[in-house]
Design a protein around this ligand. Structure first.
Ligand SMILES: C[S@@+](CC[C@H](N)C(=O)[O-])C[C@H]1O[C@@H](n2cnc3c(N)ncnc32)[C@H](O)[C@@H]1O
Length: 158
């Protein structure tokens, strides 16, 4: 889906694909009572997936697209998932220091900046779950993959 940002540019907001949700459902193991942050949550599709399939104590999601937040909150209410916290905020101003997991599904061009942010602000205990586009210069601790669906999700830790 395409939306217009504040500077009047067209930029993409894309939900996590079903094949990646299936991959995580099949292969991802999260600790109980997980605290999860989605950096760039869009309409909150990934957050609702985590809420349904894992034992989550806290789900926080930020996006700088106010329309996505409005729509995401509306869907959360319709699906009785209003406990999920969606916030209009910039990824690079977000405190990422105290979550168990950080989920990232962003365009490849922004990944070097994301990596720099993680290098300086990530806690050693946090696991970063990166959908499709890996960090440019970091070795993952694990890779979830499905050859048939050509899907990959990368796990990183400081
Ligand atoms: C590919 S979508 C992913 C949506 C969601 N995480 C999912 O997987 O369903 C990326 C989102 O990141 C948001 N985004 C991009 N740069 C951002 C920034 N600097 N601060 C906050 N959100 C940002 C976009 O608005 C878009 O909604």
């Amino acid at each position: 889906m395409i939306r217009r940002d504040r500077r009047n540019h067209w930029v993409p907001t894309l939900n996590t694909f079903a094949k990646h949700k299936q991959l995580m459902q099949d292969q991802l193991e999260l600790k109980d009572q997980a605290r999860i942050l989605d950096l760039g949550c869009g309409y909150g599709s990934a957050l609702r997936f985590f809420d349904m399939h894992f034992d989550c104590a806290q789900l926080v999601w930020v996006d700088n697209n106010p329309r996505a937040i409005t729509i995401g909150n509306r869907i959360n209410a319709q699906k009785n998932q209003s406990h999920i916290q969606l916030a209009e905020w910039d990824i690079f101003d977000t405190d990422i220091s105290w979550y168990d997991y950080i989920y990232i599904f962003l365009m490849p061009a922004v990944m070097p900046r994301i990596q720099a942010r993680l290098d300086t602000h990530l806690s050693p205990h946090t696991i970063v779950i990166v959908n499709s586009f890996p960090l440019p210069d970091r070795k993952p601790i694990h890779i979830l993959s499905n050859i048939e669906t050509k899907s990959k999700v990368y796990l990183y830790q400081k």
